[in-house]
Design a protein around this ligand. Structure first.
Ligand code: SF4
Length: 529
């Protein structure tokens, strides 16, 4: 990196501290700093090593982070010579100088504290608090190790990155910054630097450092000390939580210490698509306020198929198609055919519209094992079901179930439990078994207080495992929140064309925000069997 900087005609090289703390050879940097005349300020690590402190001062509370941080600190301390530690002890805490007509302030963390993190996700006001404390034209920092730059008022703020660890961006490169200062103007260029990362990782493994450290070097994704990373920066990474934080994953054979949220039990690889919001019924407790007069919000065949294609690329393993009533959508059979050719697909329906043209079209899908028809049925007796869903609806739904059976499609059913129908669960189970819906293919789910429902369980993103849901309005945390009018709190990304990639990241970011607030994990609320 020092040679690279020279080749760019850099006149002076500054290092903003943390001379050790990740690699296998902390002492190796010292001769280089002297040979290249690098001007240094102290980082929190250098202060701690120079003073002989028992830890690095980062103050982690997560047990994983504390363990990893202590381990590398002890290693660095043991492998730093007394002479180098004494040299670190003498380093200034900051550097301020007029260069090229600019007042330049260099710190390790921020002007507020040596271990303050200047993340890109800080708001302008948070950044302004720091630039005001400095008062300089150019404020340079590091500490987080993730490079960025932004102007706040008249100050150019640059996090210059780190050359000892990649930036949680999936690249093995590390980063430094070249600042051009001339005539009172400052321009920063963030420079990726490719180096022999294989040798670095090998050296770390040979030194007995944990595999998790070497994996960061090899993959470009952070695997340790995640606790301090804000949701926005953390959601960009491939790994988001420690495996042990997820109860059902910690029981599996140990692999990486960190896992992605997506694909785990707390963010299943299940995609929901609302094809439309209008419905032939207007049930008294509809969680998404559907009815014959509801705003249709049709997603359309082209958007639907594009979502299916992207779902495969993004690693989704199953697709749930819902509405409103999906069979109100004219292209529904084509949509289901396209989806179930590519992904395990479940369509949620009241099964009342399997008549006429749709009935004939459905024949095309007969015997398709990859397409499950899940029907809502809310009582063993017609009068119970009809009291929620309208006169004659029970009989038509039962005929629909029977037609699905004739077509040889896998069938499931779900009942929304209320005080009125709770006593009929057993009777309904027996009845459905006679129609080919048995065992776990029948589920009873609690009523939720969303949409038109005035009673029921309160569900929010804080207590409910996310199941990414796409509607014509955008991306939502969970299918019970698909109606943006009655559940604006569960919208995670607005826009008809939101990508699944962006929506997944928005979900992870919100999950981490919620989790960082109280450390709890949400529970699953399953709309489907
Ligand atoms: S609960 Fe289902 S069937 Fe009833 S109005 Fe809502 S979407 Fe339609």
């Amino acid at each position: 990196m020092l040679r690279d900087a020279r080749s760019r005609d850099c006149e002076r090289v500054f290092c903003l501290g943390d001379l050790g703390g990740f690699g296998a050879d902390p002492d190796g940097i010292w001769p280089l700093l002297r040979q290249f005349g690098v001007e240094c300020v102290a980082g929190n690590y250098d202060i701690a090593i120079g003073r002989g402190d028992p830890d690095c001062g980062c103050g982690y509370s997560d047990p994983h982070d504390s363990e990893f941080a202590q381990l590398i600190y002890d290693y660095t301390r043991t492998h730093t010579s007394a002479a180098f530690a004494r040299w670190m002890h003498e380093l200034p805490r900051e550097h301020r100088e007029q260069i090229g007509g600019c007042d330049v302030h260099m710190v390790h963390g921020s002007p507020l504290a040596v271990n303050d993190f200047m993340w890109e996700s800080l708001t302008d006001d948070e950044l302004r608090e720091r630039t005001t404390a400095s008062g300089a034209d150019v404020l340079l920092c590091t500490h987080t190790g993730i490079p960025w730059q932004r102007r706040v008022d008249d100050t150019l703020v640059v996090n210059v990155g780190a050359v000892g660890r990649p930036a949680n961006d999936g690249r093995t490169d590390t980063w430094y910054a070249v600042i051009e200062l001339d005539g009172g103007n400052a321009i920063a260029e963030l420079v990726p630097f490719a180096y022999d990362w294989r040798a670095q990782a090998q050296e770390m493994r040979a030194a007995g450092l944990p595999a998790a450290f070497a994996e960061t070097i090899e993959t470009g994704w952070w695997t340790t000390c995640l606790e301090v990373v804000p949701p926005r920066e953390r959601a960009r990474g491939r790994f988001q939580v420690y495996r042990d934080a997820l109860p059902d994953l910690s029981a599996q054979p140990a692999g990486r210490p960190v896992v992605p949220l997506f694909g785990s039990s707390v963010f299943p690889a299940r995609l929901w698509i609302y094809t439309n919001f209008d419905c032939n019924l207007s049930c008294s407790y509809c969680a998404v306020a559907s009815s014959p007069t509801a705003r249709k919000r049709r997603i359309g065949f082209d958007r639907f198929t594009a979502l299916v294609d992207e779902a495969i690329i993004e690693g989704f393993e199953e697709l749930y198609v819902t509405g409103g009533e999906p069979f109100v959508e004219p292209a529904i059979v084509d949509m289901l055919e396209y989806a179930s050719d590519r992904l395990r697909t479940v369509v949620l329906t009241n099964a009342m519209l399997f008549t006429g043209r749709r009935k004939r079209e459905l024949e095309r899908l007969s015997g398709r094992g990859s397409l499950v028809v899940q029907t809502s049925i809310d009582g063993a007796r017609p009068q119970t079901h009809d009291s929620f869903r309208g006169d004659g609806s029970w009989a038509r739904t039962m005929r629909g179930i029977e037609y699905g059976r004739e077509l040889g499609l896998p069938l499931r059913a779900a009942m929304t439990e209320t005080a009125l129908n709770a006593a009929e669960v057993k009777e309904l189970r027996t009845l459905l078994a006679k129609h080919g819906v048995a065992g776990d293919d029948f589920a009873v789910r609690p009523l939720v207080r969303r949409g038109l429902a005035e009673d029921g369980m309160e569900v929010t993103d804080a207590v409910m495992v996310p199941e990414l849901t796409i509607t014509a309005d955008g991306a939502h945390w969970h299918p019970v929140g698909g109606d943006v009018g009655s559940s604006p709190d569960l919208l995670v990304a607005r826009g008809r064309d939101v990508t699944l990639r962006d929506a997944k990241r928005a979900v992870v970011e919100r999950f981490l925000e919620l989790r960082q607030a109280d450390g709890s994990l949400p529970r699953a609320y399953r709309c489907a069997v």
